[in-house]
Write a protein that binds this ligand. Structure first.
Ligand code: RIB
Ligand code: CA
Length: 316
């Protein structure tokens, strides 16, 4: 029996983050020590309420720690929530009874890693501002993080925030660069792994709307996302954060990872937030082999089982 994953979930709680939190909460192989929150999909205040709601619906007894309200640079990037104004489908499902902790997310992360050196995996589902702030505050402690799993970057495909940048990186590219340069193992689940085989069709979404309490919760939380996708001509919705969490809770899900050097573009302009992946050992026509890889990028996964297996979990 492999050891349990002992994780901190860092989230900007939109509908797909909620699905990821529930997926982790339902896994017997995962111990969620705490949930830290940053602004991203929605404001910090709203993301905290959304996280509390997701935790309560699945009966998870963990604490929520509020973190960053703006990017490390202090410079806000104008974006909008594809999950509705409240980030959870504007469906009236955000009514948490609980409250967040007073302790700041960055202090919680550092305290937990200090107390459990080499054991904590941070699952980053939003902009990695809290992680970057923790690195800036106490790099030595953050070098004791076992692994960071990031839903972030476009992988080897197109972006969503811009044609080349993925939302979580775009919202705080400086933070992503700081994280990539830390030197602890980083696994990246990029948008390219969140493509059609992992999408929830409108038909399935309607079935979920009449399904178990957890299926109803996630269907309601993602209804506005489906509307947004349909506006782009796609009759389905995607749950990138839940796909990222699947790489942790389902050992058979990942089929291949590629060691790369990830270079995050922080300069202003059209490529801001783009992450260029140089494959280790690959000779590019115009440049020498790269040095040490800093990320392990998921490049093949059992995508076709994602929707059915996620719904098996939500029906529990
Ligand atoms: O690009 C997708 C990511 O941005 C997901 O984490 C989604 O929740 C948003 O944060
Ligand atoms: Ca997210």
């Amino acid at each position: 029996m492999s050891e349990k994953h002992r994780i901190i979930i860092d989230t900007d709680t939109g509908g797909d983050d909620a699905a990821a939190i529930i997926l982790a909460a339902k896994s017997p192989d995962v111990e969620i020590l705490g949930v830290t929150v940053a602004a991203g999909n929605v404001s910090l205040e709203q993301a905290v309420k959304n996280a509390l709601s997701a935790i309560e619906i699945v009966g998870l007894k963990v604490k929520v720690y509020p973190g960053a309200v703006r990017p490390v640079s202090g410079e806000e990037r104008e974006t909008f929530s594809v999950y509705g104004n409240d980030g959870m489908g504007d469906a009236g499902i955000v009514n948490p009874k609980g409250k967040a902790q007073k302790e700041h997310a960055v202090d919680y992360i550092l305290r937990t890693v200090r107390e459990n050196p080499g054991e904590i995996e941070i699952v980053a589902l939003g902009p990695v501002t809290n992680i970057a702030l923790a690195i800036q505050k106490d790099r030595e402690t953050m070098l004791k993080v076992k692994r960071i799993l990031s839903m972030g970057t476009a992988g080897f495909g197109p972006g969503n925030a811009t044609p080349v940048a993925e939302f979580n990186v775009y919202k705080d590219a400086e933070a992503y660069k700081i994280m990539l340069e830390l030197g602890v193992p980083v696994t990246v689940l990029g948008l390219d792994m969140d493509d059609e085989p992992t999408w929830t069709s409108e038909e399935t979404w309607r079935e979920m709307l009449n399904g178990s309490p957890l299926q109803v919760f996630i269907a309601k939380a993602t209804g506005k996302l489906l509307e947004f996708k349909k506006g782009n001509g796609i009759d389905a919705l995607d749950l990138p954060d839940a796909v990222a969490m699947a790489t942790l809770v389902w050992p058979d899900f990942v089929l291949e990872t590629t060691q790369c050097y990830g270079s995050c573009i922080t300069a202003p302009g059209e490529t801001h937030g783009m992450v260029i992946f140089y494959k280790e050992g690959f000779t590019y026509d115009s440049m020498p082999k790269i040095g040490k890889a800093n990320v392990s990028v998921v490049t093949k996964a059992k995508k076709d089982i994602f929707v059915s297996r996620l719904n098996e979990v939500l029906r529990q």
